[in-house]
Design a protein. Structure first.
Length: 320
């Protein structure tokens, strides 16, 4: 009778599980269709275009060719990729350096809601308007140059615009909120008793932060790196508006190849490079989170086994 009851309960559980699974698939269909049409399909189209031949009057011809990928190895494009990597790396490094203390201060503050509101405010304004605002601040008649001239620090306006420094500065401003938010989330979940334990064991503030806090919020830092580096690596508006000849980046090449040169295969090939970099970054974040979760699970299991072993010792002694 017990076996019949267990078999019946098992069938009920299987039926409930299948029903739940079917409901989950039904709910996932709209998101799956949206993802397929507006994400996968454009990437597939760009991938196909990258293997086509440039048309005589622009666009592409339906003929397989690797010329677009061969053109990418032109030395001038290699210099362009290195320049893009340099600007993206410097901007990302400065952004993370600023986001770490900001995220830490927000997580330890009593006014988290107000500070989060201040971080989110820039998203209410169009990015182009913010770039133009920086142009007004840094141009020859802007606030900075007027202040320098008024204080007699310089005799003539300083050229702040149309160079790599301006691109890096505006990029840091544009993507700083994207770095602060994941770091804030990671710091907010961090167990600060670990820092106190490290201090009790003789570690200084800097050493405790480097050996305990930074590894503990590693997932937030990695997410901030990805959210900052990938958009800057493929951006073109910032370098177009505040950059100069030495700030021409990969995103500008793609736009010019589509609009001016009308070499769609070459633009698609460069776009695939940015896509692969983005996918590699996302996979890196996913793998890092999986490894961190696995390490935490292993640590919890070890602590559980150790606690169970400690409980068995008194029981054995009592049995003797």
């Amino acid at each position: 009778m017990n076996s019949a009851y267990s078999a019946s309960s098992q069938k009920k559980r299987q039926h409930a599980w299948k029903k739940h699974l079917n409901q989950g698939c039904l709910y996932a269909w709209p998101m799956g269709l949206w993802f397929a049409f507006f994400f996968i399909a454009p990437i597939v189209i760009v991938f196909i275009y990258s293997f086509m031949k440039k048309g005589l009057y622009g666009g592409f011809e339906a003929e397989l060719s690797l010329k677009a990928y061969a053109q990418m190895f032109n030395p001038k494009y290699a210099v362009l990729v290195l320049r893009t990597l340099k600007i993206a790396a410097l901007s990302t490094g400065i952004t993370i350096a600023l986001a770490l203390p900001c995220g830490y201060a927000m997580a330890r503050s009593r006014h988290q809601a107000a500070l989060l509101f201040l971080i989110i405010i820039p998203f209410w304004t169009n990015s182009l308007i913010r770039i133009f605002a920086w142009m007004l601040i840094m141009n020859s008649n802007g606030v900075i140059n007027r202040a320098l001239l008024f204080l007699h620090i310089t005799a003539e306006p300083v050229r702040f615009l149309y160079n790599q420094g301006a691109v890096i500065l505006v990029s840091v401003y544009m993507y700083l909120p994207y770095a602060i938010l994941p770091i804030f989330t990671a710091v907010d979940r961090f167990d600060f008793s670990l820092l106190e334990a490290a201090r009790d064991l003789g570690a200084g503030k800097i050493k405790a932060a480097a050996l305990v806090l930074i590894p503990g919020i590693k997932s937030g830092i990695v997410s901030a790196l990805i959210f900052t580096f990938i958009p800057i690596f493929g951006a073109y508006a910032v370098s177009l508006l505040v950059g100069g000849i030495d700030s021409y980046m990969l995103g500008n090449v793609i736009v010019d190849q589509v609009q001016k040169v009308r070499n769609w295969p070459l633009a698609s090939a460069f776009s695939m490079v940015i896509t692969l970099v983005s996918i590699a970054g996302i996979l890196w974040v996913s793998v890092a989170n999986m490894l961190e979760a696995r390490l935490k699970k292993t640590h919890i299991n070890e602590e559980t086994d150790a606690g169970a072993g400690m409980r068995r010792v008194p029981e054995r002694e009592a049995a003797r």
